[in-house]
Design a protein around this ligand. Structure first.
Ligand SMILES: *Cc1c(COP(=O)(O)O)cnc(C)c1O
Length: 387
């Protein structure tokens, strides 16, 4: 399917809404039936029809069709947040007595789900270094039902060789789930590498304007309908029609934004490479990165996140650098129009680091600003860092 067709037309039926170019926000919880027979049909096919908006809503369905097409899967199901999508996908695969193999250091709340939440319900989780695909195989047991991937993963961006991990999974009849938020549905398509369920935080690149939250799970119609009937309908983490509409609007410009972010990020990284204040740049798209060839193989392009290790001797130096930035905002998340930093130093509390990572690490996200504007900001902050 053509990318332009997916983004501009797929799932849109303009003749049914006055030929409006922008889709309507169908802000309705309920959809009425004319006859008992029709209602009976609706109740029996709730996953496929518009009957009640905790199930399906027409504006939300448009988003689901487009993201499924971008990921090359049959179907998708949208949630009110990325972590709701992660949790529903994971819960859909496990029961008490099962075993899961998950990468070390996934997204914060995925980590909570794996380490604290699943064990409460009798699901055992082994966390492995995913940079060596064999670790998934080695950690597998008789009762392993799920491999959970995030490639590249949050903050330090370790990759997994997706095709190798799924080949181990297929041999053992194990389901694979990947959090593909980092790469966006444009720059990596894990379903083509054998992954069963592909999850996105739509809050990030898909929305792209830092004004809406959402999540989405992509997979076969059978797997997605199973999630619909169980985790989706019972946990009820629905996406509102209005937020779906904002995410649809974000999708229209996804290719433009991704190209811009990719290019500006390369320019900013090239600048940072020349600075003595930067001891290390953690980014899989630098030729000296140990997983550079894997990144080139399974991703189409770089995105806007990377992490630097400042050559700082003290917490004060890190703070002075971060506090001096005038155009980079200090915030969580990424994927919007605005450039951001997330310093590990912010997790320093009561004289202790709650994080196992060094306090000199700062995660960057490069947004849509002019590269020179960002570089000038970095330049002035570096001069204030050492004082
Ligand atoms: C932000 C994020 C999530 C969670 O998404 P929300 O929309 O914030 O719930 C999950 N995974 C990754 C990799 C993320 O960056």
């Amino acid at each position: 399917m053509d990318l332009s067709y997916i983004l501009n037309e797929l799932g849109e039926d303009r003749a049914t809404y006055f030929n409006a170019v922008a889709p309507p926000i169908i802000q309705s919880s309920n959809f009425a039936c004319r006859t008992v027979a029709e209602m009976r049909f609706m109740l029996q096919h709730e996953a496929e029809v518009h009957f009640y908006s905790r199930g399906n809503n027409p504006t939300v369905s448009m988003l689901e069709q487009k993201v499924a097409a971008l990921e090359g899967t049959e179907h998708a199901i949208a949630f009110g947040s990325g972590i709701a999508a992660v949790a529903a996908a994971v819960l859909s695969q496990v029961k008490a007595g099962d075993h899961v193999v998950c990468i070390k250091k996934p997204y914060t709340w995925t980590n909570k789900l794996m380490r604290y939440f699943l064990p409460r319900f009798g699901v055992e989780v082994t966390m492995v270094d995913g940079t060596d695909a064999r670790n998934f195989d080695l950690a597998s047991k008789e009762n392993t039902v799920l491999y959970y991937l995030e490639s590249p993963n949050s903050f330090t961006f370790e990759l997994q060789d997706i095709a190798r991990v799924t080949s181990y999974a297929k041999g053992r009849n194990i389901c694979t789930i990947i959090d593909n938020s980092f790469a966006s549905p444009l720059f990596q398509n894990p379903a083509a590498m054998g992954v069963d369920l592909v999850v996105h935080s739509a809050t990030k690149y898909i929305g792209g304007h830092s004004d809406a939250m959402g999540g989405i799970v992509c997979g076969t119609r059978e797997r997605i309908n199973r999630i619909f009937e169980a985790e989706f309908m019972t946990l009820g983490a629905v996406l509102s029609p209005h937020d779906a509409w904002l995410l649809l609007r974000g999708l229209r410009t996804l290719p433009l934004r991704m190209e811009r972010v990719a290019k500006t990020t390369r320019q900013v990284v090239a600048y940072l490479q020349q600075r003595d204040e930067v001891a290390e740049i953690i980014w899989p798209f630098l030729p000296e990165h140990p997983q550079y060839y894997l990144a080139k193989k399974q991703m189409r392009n770089n995105t806007g996140q990377f992490t630097i290790r400042l050559a700082a001797e003290s917490l004060e130096e890190v703070e002075r650098f971060c506090d001096s930035l005038q155009h980079f905002l200090m915030a969580a998340s990424w994927g919007g129009y605005e450039s951001l930093i997330f310093p590990v130093a912010a997790s320093y509390r009561d004289g202790n680091f709650r994080s196992s990572m060094p306090f000199t690490l700062i995660r960057f996200y490069i947004g849509l600003e002019d590269p020179e504007y960002l570089i000038k900001d970095l330049e002035q902050a570096f001069t204030k860092m050492k004082r």
